[in-house]
Design a protein around this ligand. Structure first.
Ligand SMILES: OC[C@H]1O[C@H](O[C@H]2O[C@H](CO)[C@@H](O)[C@H](O)[C@H]2O)[C@H](O)[C@@H](O)[C@@H]1O
Length: 604
């Protein structure tokens, strides 16, 4: 049985990532990319689906943390006979992908059991394992090869590779697992100690550019490192999470594959990077975006593979029993074929912000924006699947229309700022005004005194918290105030915000889910704008207390059973953590910048 979600920590090399449990077991690793088939899938099944544990042979307690300002994980094991630590990390690539584990004796001695079970193809393919000289072990199946280099000789037993080893004070035992294509020559093993220095240097250099954010600096830095680890360095793409199918409800079927690049999640990540001054990452992402969306706007997808791939068919790995029996385990994501209107607004907003924050204009941005806006001119009237990617068919989601307004609003501002394109500015502003009126007429329900999930519906939705955040209406507008209050009243469970009322609306899926964490951060942001600082701070502190011992958040949290749910770690949640910290810490935070007054009267 896998560990609880919060008992995992992530290590990664900005091309893929692994999850390590508190007990020293690596239960998830896809190679060579985030979205490649996993070779360790115990997270979604059993150890027979692949894992690599190095665990004390006798009863132990463990404590862990990242080595300061890095993604090097240190797990300290204490047993009756002594203490020993494991340093787990994935060094920046030098052509091949390496997972390094250094076992270090600290006091007395500790006996460790090592169990390496390699199963390619998401836990199904048993490789041919051969034992070479000096602790070298090679596993091959189909296109993949794993090579383990270590001073310890592992022995084959029931398709596991095993050893028991004693580590004494002052001793260091390095293990390096290298992935390569099976048809190529195996790469020479990397020096693990030098790799450790390079990894520490890489992360420290990256995080040294993070500005102080009051008392929130340590958690902001941790989130920044987490987001960076979810960027695919070769292309600039950003994944929504490094896992698939961690359930939104234990035993439920809301299990999805997040190892792809959603324009929505990625643009929000980009905003977090930019707001902390990380313009290089923003630039890399914008280049990625320009390549990914190239083509006709009708063909623009809401998500892509990390290199911009469009074909992400969804299928089920039926040999995996699922996390705590939460089936199915899905690979790929059918949401890739959905029409989600809000994405245009998110992209427009991020590109406008990029220019405002000093990113030099991209030669193709304007052309692409023009084509997308012409498409959106008629498309905004169509129903869509919305930010929550419902599987019940399209509807006129209020949030989607608001984000279509954002697209035209930002375009009008840019046209005006970019040297007097008065005609363009007029045209975009008049469409923005039309959408604005449409939303205020159809998206607000007088009877319940709140904006609602979709035109004509009575259901509340946390995405409506974006209304003041994107500047659609000012935070003191009575309709905004009453919407925020209605959400606080109806969507907050044990202090955390649910996405919407799953029991009142048909999203095409049975069963409920936990509280979607980014929504609680949005509530904090709205409260800041409304001047309710004490309430915002209280909620923020509650949220940051949900981070696990190494500062990571999943997508959702079960407000009743008090445990993490959903894919892990999730970019959305860490974006929320960073952005709300900035809003609380700065008198003029990102929420206030984004929500600059509507310019309805400006161009006429
Ligand atoms: O709720 C059903 C949908 O859930 C997933 O989407 C969610 O995650 C996305 C990535 O973080 C996010 O962009 C979206 O807003 C969330 O609703 C899943 O990926 C979808 O396939 C599924 O329909």
């Amino acid at each position: 049985m896998p560990a609880r979600i919060e008992d995992y920590a992530m290590i990664g090399d900005c091309e893929t990532a692994a999850l390590v449990s508190k007990g020293g077991s690596i239960d998830w690793l896809c190679l060579p990319r985030f979205d490649s088939p996993a070779c360790f899938s115990a997270l979604l099944g059993t150890v027979e689906n692949g894992h690599w544990s190095i665990t004390p042979a006798k009863p132990y307690s463990s404590q862990r943390s990242y080595v300061e300002d890095t993604l090097v994980l240190e797990t300290l094991f204490t047993t009756e006979t002594g203490t020993a630590a494991i340093l787990d990390f994935m060094p920046p690539r030098d052509g091949s992908s390496n997972l390094v584990r250094i076992v270090e004796g600290r006091h007395g001695h500790v006996d460790f059991d090592i169990d390496l079970v390699m199963r390619f193809g998401y836990g199904r393919n048993v490789p041919w394992v051969s034992h070479g000289e000096a602790g070298r072990l090679t596993a091959v199946a189909g296109p993949d090869r794993l090579t383990l280099q270590s001073p310890v000789e592992l022995k084959g037993q029931d398709f596991h590779s095993k050893a028991t080893v004693t580590v004494s004070s002052g001793e260091r035992l390095p293990f390096t697992l290298t992935h390569s294509a099976s048809h190529e020559e195996a790469p020479t093993a990397r020096d693990p100690e030098a790799a450790l220095q390079q990894t520490v240097f890489f992360w420290r250099e990256f995080v040294s550019r993070c500005p102080p954010v009051n008392s929130y600096t340590p958690i902001v830095k941790r989130s920044l490192i987490t987001l960076k680890a979810m960027t695919y360095l070769p292309t600039g793409g950003i994944v929504a999470a490094v896992t698939t199918s961690l359930p939104e409800k234990i035993g439920g079927l809301r299990n999805w594959d997040y190892r792809y690049c959603w324009l929505r999640d990625a643009t929000m990540t980009l905003m977090a990077f930019m707001n902390l001054g990380y313009l290089d990452e923003a630039q890399a992402w914008r280049e990625w975006l320009m390549r990914a969306v190239a083509g006709t706007p009708e063909q623009m997808q809401i998500m892509y593979g990390v290199a911009g791939e469009r074909h992400l068919p969804e299928w089920e790995a039926d040999w995996l029993e699922g996390y705590e029996n939460s089936r199915p385990v899905r690979i790929g994501n059918a949401a890739a074929g959905q029409f989600q209107l809000d994405v245009y607004g998110e992209v427009a907003d991020a590109l406008a912000q990029a220019l405002r924050l000093g990113l030099p204009p991209h030669p193709r941005t304007r052309a692409i924006s023009r084509v997308l806006l012409s498409f959106l001119e008629t498309a905004w009237r169509k129903p869509d699947e919305g930010i929550w990617e419902v599987r019940s068919g399209p509807a006129h989601f209020t949030h989607s229309k608001i984000m279509a307004w954002v697209a035209f609003d930002r375009a009008a501002r840019l046209a005006k700022d970019a040297g007097g394109d008065i005609d363009g500015a007029r045209r975009w502003r008049s469409i923005a005004n039309e959408i604005h009126a449409d939303v205020c007429r159809n998206g607000y329900d007088e009877e319940i005194g709140s904006f609602v999930q979709a035109y004509g519906s009575k259901v509340l939705d946390a995405s409506l918290l974006q209304i003041p955040l994107v500047g659609f209406l000012p935070p003191d507008d009575p309709r905004v105030v009453s919407t925020v209050e209605a959400i606080e009243h109806r969507l907050v469970q044990n202090g955390l915000v649910l996405r919407y009322e799953t029991d009142l609306s048909d999203d095409g899926l049975p069963g409920g889910e936990g509280a979607f964490l980014v929504c609680s951060f949005w509530l904090c942001d709205a409260l800041v704008l409304m001047g309710r600082y004490a309430d915002a701070k209280r909620l923020y502190e509650k949220l940051t207390a949900l981070c696990n011992d190494v500062g990571l958040l999943s997508e959702e949290y079960d407000p009743v059973d008090a445990r993490m749910l959903g894919n892990f770690p999730q970019a959305f949640s860490h974006i929320g953590l960073i952005s709300t910290a900035l809003n609380l810490a700065r008198s003029e935070g990102p929420a206030e910048e984004r929500s600059q007054k509507d310019e309805k009267e400006d161009v006429g």
